[in-house]
Design a protein around this ligand. Structure first.
Ligand SMILES: CC(C)(COP(=O)(O)OP(=O)(O)OC[C@H]1O[C@@H](n2cnc3c(N)ncnc32)[C@H](O)[C@@H]1OP(=O)(O)O)[C@@H](O)C(=O)NCCC(=O)NCCS
Length: 162
């Protein structure tokens, strides 16, 4: 069974370590880069962890819930990552469930995300969780040559399709 916990500011080292591992493992799928985040100091990590909803699966998985700009009823899922040796074993499912639960508890009715085009495993995973592509596409901030697609799902009436 996967234990997921919400990180507090004092968990910033654990959050930092798993996030840097994610950026090193999958550099082409995130909006940020390893070099950029390696430069953050303790104060910045504490700020990040306490400002947003970081969910950690030990040191092998992370997902973060953030506000959705211009949509008080929406939340956004970012930073989703599971260590390669733990993929396909339900860790990612537990992380998404945690973020969905957080968003619901905040009163949100929608959860959105961006996924890089050409990341079929992530896309398949999100589709299994009920996310549907909206048709919106844009450049990946960390590499504008890469495009990403927006997906969204309702979180007001059950967890989706599984
Ligand atoms: C995205 C991620 C968190 C998903 O976790 P996971 O444990 O790999 O996900 P799962 O194995 O539960 O689900 C992946 C699904 O995609 C399917 N899949 C795998 N490869 C696929 C492919 N090439 N094409 C289509 N579907 C594929 C799997 O069969 C599975 O679906 P199923 O459970 O219905 O069979 C994980 O792969 C990861 O960390 N990837 C690197 C970082 C990343 O891409 N993050 C997303 C940023 S938006």
């Amino acid at each position: 069974m996967t234990t997921i916990r919400r990180a507090a500011a004092d968990d910033w080292v654990a959050a930092r370590d798993v996030r840097l591992r994610a950026l090193a493992d999958a550099p082409g799928v995130f909006a940020s880069t390893l070099a950029r985040e390696q430069a953050y100091d303790e104060a910045e990590w504490r700020r990040r962890v306490s400002t947003h909803a970081w969910f950690l699966a030990g040191d092998v998985g992370v997902a973060v819930g953030v506000p959705e700009p211009d949509d008080p009823d929406g939340r956004h899922l970012v930073g989703m990552w599971v260590a390669p040796e733990y993929r396909g074993h339900g860790v990612a499912d537990a992380l998404v469930d945690a973020v969905v639960g957080w968003a619901r508890d905040e009163g949100a009715v929608r959860l959105a995300l961006w996924v890089v085009d050409g990341n079929p495993r992530a896309r398949g995973f999100y589709e299994r969780h009920g996310f549907v592509a909206t048709g919106e596409r844009g450049p990946l901030p960390s590499d504008p040559a890469v495009t990403e697609s927006r997906m969204t799902r309702s979180i007001s009436s059950g967890r989706g399709t599984r």
